[in-house]
Ligand binder design. Structure first.
Ligand code: UDP
Length: 248
């Protein structure tokens, strides 16, 4: 696709956003850069953008089919997602079904402890302040979102968790936690944006409990891209694989 013509709107740590000839549509390019620890640990991993775009497109489609508004319009080719343009809200909305990661460093939970109902945590998406955890009063005082928007975000997040957890379970995956981001569309609707991929979620093999996400990179272990490929293989349908000629 002919995208790299000076119409770059935003460059993040792992994705670029390009304007299209439609004012309210953008192309999200999934790059192969992989980072951890506020971007301190950095590498380029061939095919990561390819798999993340396929996984995100699949999960956004599952959510759309469940009636949840997402930015996803189409995946014209792996690596490039046609999306609705959103004004992003700088919140990292984290949902936790099983205790893992930073939560265990900060609070006396037991590793592997189940949360029912899930924990919803909101962090400030801001590298300068190292993404601190927020509460509603701080979100309102910073003007990041209104209380109505927060209520909507919470409601949608709970539904997203239910839909994805159930779907992933049928594909042999546990879903310990994940981070999502929301934005406002041109009519000020709250819409799910960003990505849902092994960069932003924990996925564990239900049988073996193998880690199949960015935690492998964070821990300096091998087999990162193989894990991303395995997630794609587990969640994509045969027709998706045929469409993209994927031979797993
Ligand atoms: N997460 C993310 N971006 C961040 C921080 C967290 O996508 O900047 C995701 C992470 O992949 C995991 C979940 O949010 O699925 C919870 O992460 P946690 O707070 O445990 O932090 P971590 O231990 O991953 O640094």
């Amino acid at each position: 696709m002919n995208l790299e013509k000076g119409n770059l709107l935003y460059r993040g740590k792992a994705k670029d956003i390009y304007q299209t000839d439609q004012q309210e549509q953008v192309i999200v390019k999934f790059r192969d850069d992989i980072t951890a620890g506020d971007g301190e640990k950095k590498e380029v991993m061939g095919l990561k953008g390819y798999y993340n775009s396929l996984i995100s497109a699949k999960l956004f489609t599952i959510l759309e089919n469940a009636g949840i508004k997402t930015q996803f319009i189409d995946l014209p080719e792996p690596g490039f997602m046609l999306s609705h343009k959103l004004e992003m809200i700088p919140l990292e909305v984290i949902t936790r079904n099983i205790a893992a990661g930073s939560l265990l460093k900060r609070f006396p939970f037991q590793e592997g402890q189940n949360f029912n109902p899930p924990i919803i945590q909101m962090d400030f998406k801001n590298d300068e302040y190292h993404d601190p955890m927020l509460n509603d009063d701080i979100i309102l005082a910073l003007g990041l979102a209104t209380s109505d928007e927060l209520e909507i975000i919470r409601k949608i997040t709970i539904k997203i968790n239910d839909v994805l957890k159930n779907f992933l379970e049928t594909r042999g995956l546990l879903f310990p936690d994940f981070k999502i981001e929301f934005g406002r569309d041109c009519d000020d609707n709250i819409v799910l944006g960003d990505e849902i991929s092994p960069d932003t979620c924990r996925f564990w093999d239900r049988e073996t409990k193998d880690i199949l996400d960015k935690d492998l990179f964070r821990k300096g272990e091998s087999g990162v891209i193989e894990a991303y490929q395995k997630v794609a293989n587990m969640i994509l349908d045969e027709e998706d694989k045929k469409k993209w000629s994927l031979n797993f």
